[in-house]
Design a protein around this ligand. Structure first.
Ligand code: HEC
Length: 155
């Protein structure tokens, strides 16, 4: 093969390889979601039942669920209006490793929390199915309200 032919040949190779590479990247980025953290679908009613059977309502209040805590116990609200979706990654972590990230609202009211959550540990008693249903129930209790923005790039 002459050297002229060789360069032509390698150019042609690039022409073929480049679109293939792009297509590969496109396909892998579409698949990105499938690789993330995902729980199977849970059941809201079962989750609500688990919430009361595990006595979460002795420390947490949710509208529509009876409050069973004492008058001097913690009453931390779950659900309600939030500005961003509480991901199930966040909710799962809050339940099985509560000290990992202490809830911001709680930290503000109790600055001397010492980095340890007062939340009970359920890891020995809760089944994975109960956790899935609980998170599904909790997610359904949040209303995402997007704050209005006044940003307009044309002003
Ligand atoms: C003994 C009291 C107590 C019990 C019982 C309890 N928690 Fe908590 N929980 C807390 C405290 C205190 C916090 C705030 C500090 C923190 O983030 O761990 C909290 C935080 C949370 C958060 C994060 C809230 C936020 O706004 O970020 C979730 C979710 C949660 N609890 C779910 C549950 C569920 C579900 C149950 C029942 C399985 C439960 N908790 C039982 C005390 C409790």
């Amino acid at each position: 093969m002459s050297s002229k032919n060789k360069t032509l040949y390698s150019r042609l190779n690039y022409l073929l390889v480049f679109p293939l590479l792009c297509a590969g990247l496109l396909i892998s980025s579409c698949n990105e979601q499938a690789r993330g953290f995902a729980l199977p679908a849970g059941n809201i009613e079962e989750g609500k039942a688990t919430y009361t059977s595990l006595a979460c309502n002795t420390c947490h209040s949710i509208p529509g669920v009876e409050w069973t805590g004492g008058s001097d116990s913690l009453k931390i609200q779950l659900g309600g209006e939030v500005s961003a979706q509480k991901s199930y990654g966040y909710l799962v972590t809050s339940i099985i490793n509560p000290s990992h990230k202490i809830a911001r609202s709680y930290k503000q009211k109790n600055p001397d929390h010492g980095g340890l959550s007062k939340m009970k540990n359920y890891n020995e008693v809760m089944t994975v199915q109960e956790l899935i249903d609980l998170v599904t129930f909790l997610q359904s209790e949040y209303d995402v309200i997007v704050p209005p923005t006044h940003y307009n790039p044309y002003y």
